[in-house]
Ligand binder design. Structure first.
Ligand code: ATP
Ligand code: MG
Length: 389
């Protein structure tokens, strides 16, 4: 048996559904011949198991016809796309997983975390989108270095802007510079829905969603519109921030969103000249809260001047300085988040059925006092199932 005989036999094996054979396609490699035993690899582009089986059967038949004894054909198929097993309402079905980045308090570093985690996930081979759901304070375009770019419009859909290997959309990219929005809650809800439905997102492994601070209309609308796979809470180490972060974690619970963990941001300070780490706001103080919500701190990100300048100049640290300590911590956090996503999907995914509104679309359950009086105390339910109390 020679390689020539093997190749000539395999060139009679047509690629299923085509008139060309697997040798001409260039799929055959690593041929090993041991007397009359033959082994080889076939690298195909289909992940359908019946295609692989037919190639194996046909190859074995052709090789036996020319005198081969044992035939080992290893068919290598591409990996199946990473599917989500989530159910319920999903107005952006081409997106497999959704990561909600939240905090109780403003200015703790949600947007910075969202940008760097999105870039880290993309660096780890995921197809990533980044949605800036902070309608009043959209900072993502500047942080991604695309503040001057306006998106292309295709019919009545808008194409996301591409930067650093990820797709991005923000209200800041749709408005003129410095404009302010004075909108009621119902308009915010509509805007979030349009960001999910009317932006031409590709088939994404994950959409990272940077939320406005707090627990309000935007968070509830998002949870009702798509099955949010995991939530991430960003906090700073001070007690006052932790108080608010508890509310953010409690919101995930109420919305049935699994928690991927906590990012403790501005946790210590690394002096740029000496590399020595100092405590400023405290460090590790989020641990009791993590325990309380049965989750973990997935990163302690120090105060680092280059994180701030990276944000202001649109040069995220994880992209421009991947060997820095902070970039490494963002990368580790992204790995941990992805492991949570895979784990959740393996266990059957999430379902947002329980948080669907009981009032018609566009009507806030809590803005209909004649039918459903609003509760007197903030911790009472208004009885509409809106989930906002
Ligand atoms: N670890 C850090 N080191 C240094 N600067 C940081 C760090 N994290 C965030 N910053 C800076 O702090 C400021 C606030 O961060 P960011 O905008 O990400 O917070 P936010 O929680 O999204 O705020 P908002 O609630 O207003 O949306 C930004 O100027 C950012 O560059
Ligand atoms: Mg922000």
């Amino acid at each position: 048996m020679t390689e020539e005989i093997v190749k000539s036999a395999l060139s009679k094996v047509l690629y299923p559904g085509f008139t060309k054979d697997i040798v001409t396609f260039g799929f055959v490699n690593s041929i090993v011949i041991d007397n009359n035993d033959v082994s080889f690899n076939v690298e195909i582009t289909s992940s359908a198991p019946e295609v692989a089986q037919q190639i194996k059967d046909d190859a074995a038949a052709e090789l036996r016809a020319v005198g081969a004894a044992n035939v080992t054909c290893n068919v290598k198929s591409p990996q199946m796309p990473r599917e989500s097993s989530s159910r319920g309402k999903n107005i952006a079905p081409q997106v497999k997983n959704f990561l909600m980045v939240s905090s109780g308090k403003g200015g703790v570093g949600k947007s910075t975390t969202s940008v760097n985690i999105a870039i880290a996930l993309a660096a780890q081979g995921k197809k990533v989108g980044l949605l800036d759901a902070d309608i009043y304070g959209p900072n993502i375009p500047r942080m991604m270095g695309v503040a001057d770019i306006k998106p292309e419009v295709n019919g009545n859909k808008v194409l996301p802007i591409k930067a650093y290997g990820i797709e991005m959309m923000s209200m800041g990219s749709l408005m003129e510079d410095g404009q302010s929005l004075i909108w009621r809650g119902a308009m915010i809800m509509k805007a979030i829905e349009q960001f999910l439905r009317d932006i031409l997102w590709s088939e994404l492994d994950v959409l990272v969603i940077d939320m406005p601070p707090g627990t309000g209309d935007a968070q509830l609308t998002l949870a009702q519109s798509v099955p949010v796979t995991v939530g991430l809470t960003v906090t700073t180490p001070q007690g006052v921030s932790l108080d608010d972060s508890r509310r953010s974690l409690d919101m995930f619970r109420k919305l049935h969103i699994p928690i991927a963990g906590i990012v403790e941001n501005m946790s210590g300070f690394i002096a740029p000249d000496t590399g020595v780490e100092y405590d400023i706001f405290g460090k590790g103080t989020s641990q009791p809260m993590a325990d309380e919500f049965d989750t973990k701190i997935i990163a302690e990100i120090p105060i680092e001047p280059s994180i701030r300048t990276g944000g202001d100049e649109g040069k995220p640290i994880t992209f421009v300085n991947p060997s820095s300590e902070s970039a490494k911590r963002y990368m580790a956090a992204a790995e941990s988040i992805w492991a949570s996503i895979e784990d959740i999907n393996a266990k059957g995914g999430v379902d947002n059925q329980a948080v669907q509104p009981t009032t018609p679309p566009g009507v806030s359950a809590c803005s209909t006092p004649k039918q459903q009086p609003a509760p007197q105390k903030s911790d009472e339910s208004c009885g509409t199932g809106c989930g906002c109390h």
